[in-house]
Design a protein around this ligand. Structure first.
Ligand code: NAG
Ligand code: NAG
Ligand code: NAG
Ligand code: NAG
Ligand code: NAG
Ligand code: NAG
Length: 814
């Protein structure tokens, strides 16, 4: 039998039982009412991990949902996400016939399981600790029979051991605050392949797996098989995801059973695995399906393109000659501000070449072996042609291809993308290509979450008999008081924008605001300094609930209001990855600005490398290199909030009790230097001598590759045990490339000598403290990769996600 947690007051308990009795009279075997949404809930057994009940989704709007009992109260399932019910007289009833019904405002059935029990016995509803809500019929031979279970009808989340199968799919929610069905879908297609699809109001398209990786009917290039028609994917307790099409995936923390784990198709079109470990109280990303945000379709509407910018993150911009349909909503895209006539077109059109641009899908025609000029002519002949993609493949056949487009969708501008797009424009318009690519007419992808709206719900009075009427009146009055209280709390929390942000964030992550006196007390008057980093000193502290934290006191605050500060801090607060330090809260009082972080038992990588006790063995070092790469890849390529670190060094890589690395101090470049931030570059000279990429010195554009460079130096330092700023003899080589640090030059020289003499170079650079206790091949791979990361030319350096993938693929070699 389910546990129904009642209100504690005897009066309301009596009332509730009376109402339940009354319901029973109407052949309900059990019911929950929206007025009592705080107490009238089903709690999972035996461990009370999940709770099911009415969940507020807006003003006077509720959904019947399952969520984690302990904060953060993350919703994992919803019955009626697209049709929330009224806060008055809505009920969930289990009928004696075996049907579970959700009734809106005492009147309309908005959702039901459509089930019937085969026997005369009353059915039961049970919420298990797996998160599965199960409707059970008891058969005449007293066996249990599952009539319905929530695991068969997922919304946007899969829990461990909950299969996604042929007949089900995940649909993202609309936004971070709106739970109704969004535009992204994870499903098995008719070819038995697990895919991600964008289903917009006008168009739909599959964006994962990458179409160009598919080769033929016999399985495809990305390792997916089309043969197994069982079509099932499941994430297990240990963080391993296995799909019947041979797609497998392991989370960063795989192999361990964590407190909570879930796979969610997020509202931005990316599927992520999150977990909370013992002793943590915050979701951390431990796996991502698609790391490249601009490849997700539908991000930017028609005639616009997506790009990832260092200062703002994922951004949508209109193509030259086009303007926003609705400048508040980028998903509607852009419309042309010109008209092309189809008569005499040759004289009226010209083509603007946009290098590194792609508009995926919706080809009007594909013409292999066509030169650029032939492609131009094809486009001119076609009245609706808006442009074409022309690519030249350097393979043996040396052919170039032409793709004509009459619709410009799924556009992205990705540095390094081999291919260019030629946009058709009328002659009268004259555009400067350079200006186009640098202009900042873009809209940043996030931040359109919108406030809660009141939902209109018809509410019809019913005729009732006296006693029921009285009791209902009384119960409604009680419920009413509760709702008033709820709104008071709501209004209080949503008093101003800053508070609202904090509230939404708190609800999502447990992030909170601290008072200065609280933090002063926690640090015993800022007595125990544990580090110094960008813009502040870090102290150890113990909060009133005995949680040990690291508190950073920022010293140089540029006249920044609290809400501005909070806006920036909440961006950092939302970055929850296992390899990024978690921010627990902040304090902004008067001139004080403090940040509260997780405390890392094993201090920084710098301390560990310099310590004489030599605690970092080879496996730990490899794992630190891998984890750091993952954390940075997440920072660089994750859409939600895109932040350059700009100061990677061993002091900023912290180690937790298991020596898992966590990157610290990210996002502060933005926080501390808002005013110096211009459109394309950060204020000059940031970072630390020895770890700084040449771009800083030569005044070149700053991209995520500056972090790749610093990362490469850190890995070389871990391998050799030598600091990039001291030690090693200066050589002639260094004189030739004055920027390059001694460490890089030294390692390169060793490698050069090694390859000339045909001997191993790796054992000559390895930190003597490691002895011979390491894997030679893996070490060589790591060292080679680190050298690639520190190439002078930024485009030659690999991306951080590429590094992470390579390290992961060798993780278990030995
Ligand atoms: C419930 O908690 C106990 C003790 O913490 C644990 O051993 C057990 O596995 C848990 N059961 C479920 C279903 O989570
Ligand atoms: C959520 O989004 C849907 C679709 O845009 C909209 O109809 C609904 O009103 C929104 N709900 C809330 C609570 O804002
Ligand atoms: C699926 O994966 C297994 C193990 O990695 C491999 O042996 C098998 O060939 C794959 N099947 C297909 C059809 O790719
Ligand atoms: C099909 O996939 C299922 C689930 O992954 C697996 O158990 C089964 O062995 C696969 N069948 C074949 C023929 O590979
Ligand atoms: C093309 O046709 C449009 C209307 O159909 C007309 O207004 C325009 O003048 C024509 N252009 C030329 C160059 O003939
Ligand atoms: C491409 O066209 C050229 C000449 O137009 C021809 O010689 C060549 O064989 C063609 N290549 C292919 C692969 O069709």
């Amino acid at each position: 039998m389910q546990k129904l947690r009642m209100a504690t007051s005897p009066l309301s308990q009596l009332l509730l039982s009376l109402i339940l009795l009354q319901n029973f009279h109407h052949s309900h075997s059990f019911s929950l009412s929206v007025e009592n949404h705080n107490e009238d809930v089903i709690v999972s057994s035996p461990n009370a991990t999940f709770t099911a009940g009415f969940y507020p989704v807006g003003e006077n709007a509720f959904c019947f949902a399952i969520w984690y009992t302990r904060p953060p109260r993350t919703v994992v399932w919803m019955a009626n996400r697209d049709q929330p019910v009224n806060g008055k007289r809505s009920t969930l009833s289990l009928l004696g016939t075996g049907n579970l019904e959700l009734t809106d405002a005492g009147q309309f059935i908005v959702w039901s399981t459509n089930t019937a029990t085969p026997s005369k016995q009353n059915p039961r509803l049970h919420l298990y600790d797996t998160g599965n809500l199960v409707l059970i019929a008891i058969l005449d031979n007293s066996e249990d029979h599952v009539l319905w279970q929530s695991f068969d009808f997922p919304t946007d989340t899969l829990l461990p051991n909950q299969p996604l199968s042929k007949s089900t799919n995940l649909v993202s929610s609309r936004s971070g605050t709106n739970y109704s069905s969004g535009h992204y879908k994870l499903f098995f297609d008719f070819e038995n392949v697990l895919r991600l699809m964008y289903q917009g109001p006008r168009v739909s398209s599959v964006y994962w797996p990458y179409a160009w990786l598919q080769s033929n009917n016999f399985g495809n290039g990305n390792g997916r098989s089309t043969f197994n028609d069982s079509r099932v994917v499941v994430l297990d307790d240990f963080g391993k995801l296995v799909s019947s099409d041979n797609f497998t995936f392991t989370t960063i923390d795989s192999g361990t059973v964590v407190l909570r784990r879930r796979l969610t198709l997020d509202h931005d079109g990316n599927a992520r695995v999150y977990s909370i470990r013992d002793g943590e109280d915050n979701w951390k990303v431990t796996g991502i399906f698609r790391p490249q945000p601009c490849f997700i379709h539908g991000i930017c509407g028609p005639n616009s393109y997506c790009s990832n910018k260092p200062t703002t993150g994922r951004t949508c911009s209109c193509l030259p000659g086009y303007r926003w349909v609705d400048s508040q909503d980028w998903s509607q895209g852009c419309e042309s501000s010109f008209q092309l006539w189809c008569n005499n077109t040759e004289k009226e059109s010209h083509f603007l070449r946009l290098p590194e641009f792609d508009f995926y899908g919706y080809d009007y025609g594909y013409y292999p072996n066509h030169t650029y000029e032939q492609c131009v002519n094809l486009c001119l002949e076609l009245c609706e042609c808006k442009g074409f993609q022309h690519s030249f493949s350097e393979k043996s056949d040396s052919t170039s291809q032409c793709y004509l487009k009459t619709q410009l969708l799924n556009g992205h501008h990705s540095p390094g993308f081999k291919g260019s797009f030629s946009l058709r424009l009328p002659l009268s318009h004259d555009y400067d290509e350079k200006a186009i690519l640098n202009n900042d007419n873009g809209l940043v992808c996030e931040g359109n979450s919108g406030g809660a709206k009141e939902l209109e719900r018809p509410y019809v009075e019913e005729k009732e008999n006296g006693s029921v009427k009285f009791m209902l009146w009384f119960a409604t009055a009680l419920g009413g008081i509760e709702i008033v209280c709820f709104f008071l709390v709501w209004c209080f929390l949503f008093r101003n924008n800053a508070d609202k942000q904090a509230y939404v964030l708190a609800a999502e992550t447990g992030f909170r605001k601290f008072s200065y006196s609280e933090l002063k007390q926690a640090t015993k008057g800022f007595s125990q300094e544990i580090g110094r980093g960008a813009g502040g000193i870090v102290y150890k502290g113990v909060l009133s609930d005995d949680q040990v934290v690291a508190i950073k006191r920022l010293h140089e605050v540029v006249n920044q209001g609290e809400s501005e500060f909070l806006a920036e801090v909440s961006i950092i607060g939302r970055l929850n990855h296992m390899n990024l330090i978690g921010m627990l809260g902040y304090c902004a009082e008067g001139k004080y600005r403090l940040l509260v972080y997780e405390y890392m038992e094993n201090g920084s990588l710098a301390q560990n490398l310099s310590s004489s006790s030599n605690v970092l063995d080879w496996n730990k070092r490899y794992n630190i290199a891998l984890g750091t790469a993952r954390g940075l890849a997440y920072l660089h390529e994750e859409c939600l909030e895109w932040v350059l670190h700009c100061d990677i060094k061993p002091q900023n890589i912290l180690l937790d009790s298991d020596y898992q690395p966590k990157v610290a101090d990210f996002g502060l470049s933005k926080l501390l230097n808002r005013n110096n931030l211009d459109n394309s570059t950060f204020s000059r000279i940031r970072g630390t001598r020895g770890y700084m990429a040449p771009e800083w010195v030569f005044n070149l554009p700053i991209t995520s590759k500056v972090d790749v460079y610093s990362y490469g130096i850190v890995v070389l330092e871990m391998i050799t045990g030598r600091s990039p700023t001291t030690g090693v003899q200066i050589t002639e080589l260094e004189a030739k490339s004055p920027h390059h640090g001694r460490l890089v030059t030294w390692v390169r020289e060793k490698r050069k000598k090694g390859s000339e003499m045909g001997s191993s170079w790796v054992d000559q650079i390895v930190d003597p403290a490691l002895g011979s206790d390491y894997d030679m091949n893996k070490m060589e791979m790591l060292a080679t990769m680190a050298l690639e990361c520190v190439e002078e030319e930024k485009d030659v350096r690999p991306s951080m996600s590429h590094v992470a993938e390579r390290l992961q693929s060798h993780e278990h070699d030995s």
